[in-house]
Design a binder for this molecule. Structure first.
Ligand SMILES: C[S@@+](CC[C@H](N)C(=O)[O-])C[C@H]1O[C@@H](n2cnc3c(N)ncnc32)[C@H](O)[C@@H]1O
Length: 304
């Protein structure tokens, strides 16, 4: 099972710091059709509540989900679907570790004239400090769980901040997704041996490994009526594209911390083994299958 192994070298606090630094640096160039697609799928399967409501986007990044929700609230007011005289239509809080990502979200909200509906807040997903109990009607978390240092603690805090009857909806990928990660994990094990290889690199997707694990994650935190919709985004990728991903240089992604810290000759051996792993998967079309099973999961906080 793939998960980050914590020790004195890579503690949860250090990993979170590295994750924040990574996303701060990536923030301005982060937005992409891929991430927008994931957010759009999640919202299509689980739209915000029809009645006025307060919505939290956990690990909101540049606000792919939060901005769409704010636009939905604004459209409701504009079409008379919500009566401004009856009280606030709701608000959206975009919550994230990275001030850089949140700054992009806030700028986009201003540009779209949605800043009266969307606020940003910096903090850690594990515990959601600064957010009161039972304050939100819906909560989204898109494309982020793999970065959390304690996924069950994060999900427990979703239950804390939701009002009874509210829902949490998240998107994540299966454990066999992303061939670049699967091949790099295999390469690290091949060069370093099983235990050391696992310690050096894995994509931490074990808490959403398959649909039943996704359901168990929410059920363990007390959510009910848990459901999963799978979107198969599997594609074929050119070998050259994959080889470039880790073969030529390594990523600054926090997942790659221990890879980046290997001595140069061991790192080069792992990179060469990665390219060999990718080559071994080459099909007749010169491409490799890149499994991407995207899970869209929802659960409701019990009324009492
Ligand atoms: C891949 S981005 C996804 C952003 C956005 N939800 C989207 O769908 O585009 C992952 C986000 O998770 C945030 N993140 C990672 N670990 C976090 C943590 N422990 N607490 C809060 N945010 C975290 C990062 O700062 C980053 O903005």
């Amino acid at each position: 099972m793939a998960s980050v192994i914590w020790d004195d070298d890579l503690s949860p606090d250090r990993f979170r710091d590295l994750t924040r630094t990574y996303f701060d640096a990536r923030s301005v160039a982060y937005n992409s059709p891929f991430h927008q697609r994931l957010a759009d799928d999640l919202l299509r399967h689980y739209p915000p509540p029809k009645t006025a409501g307060d919505v939290l986007d956990v690990a909101a990044g540049t606000g792919a989900v939060a901005l769409s929700v704010a636009a939905t609230l604004a459209a409701r007011v504009a079409s008379g679907g919500a009566d401004p005289g009856a009280g606030p239509v709701g608000r959206v809080v975009a919550y994230d570790l990275s001030p850089g990502m949140l700054a992009v979200a806030a700028a986009s909200a201003r540009e779209a004239g949605l800043d009266h509906l969307l606020t940003t807040m910096q903090g850690t997903a594990e515990g959601l400090p600064g957010l009161p109990d039972a304050a939100f009607d819906a909560l989204y978390c898109c494309s982020s769980l793999a970065y959390f240092v304690n996924v069950p603690a994060a999900v427990a805090s979703w239950a804390r901040v939701l009002r009874p009857g509210g829902f949490a909806a998240y998107q994540s990928f299966s454990a066999d997704s992303f061939v670049s990660g699967v091949a790099m994990a295999a390469a690290a094990r091949r060069v370093l041996g099983d235990a050391a290889g696992r310690r050096v690199f894995s994509l931490p997707l074990e808490s959403t490994a398959d649909p039943s694990t996704c359901v168990a994650l929410l059920t363990a935190a007390g959510f009910e009526r848990v459901a999963v919709v799978e979107e198969d985004l599997t594609r074929r990728v050119e070998v050259a594209t994959l080889a470039a991903a880790y073969g030529e240089g390594l990523s600054a992604n926090s997942f790659c911390t221990r890879l980046n810290e290997l001595d140069p000759s061991t790192r080069a051996a792992v990179q060469a083994a990665y390219v060999a792993e990718v080559e071994a998967r080459r099909g007749a079309d010169g491409c490799v299958e890149d499994v991407q099973r995207s899970f869209n999961v929802v659960g409701y906080k019990p009324m009492q």
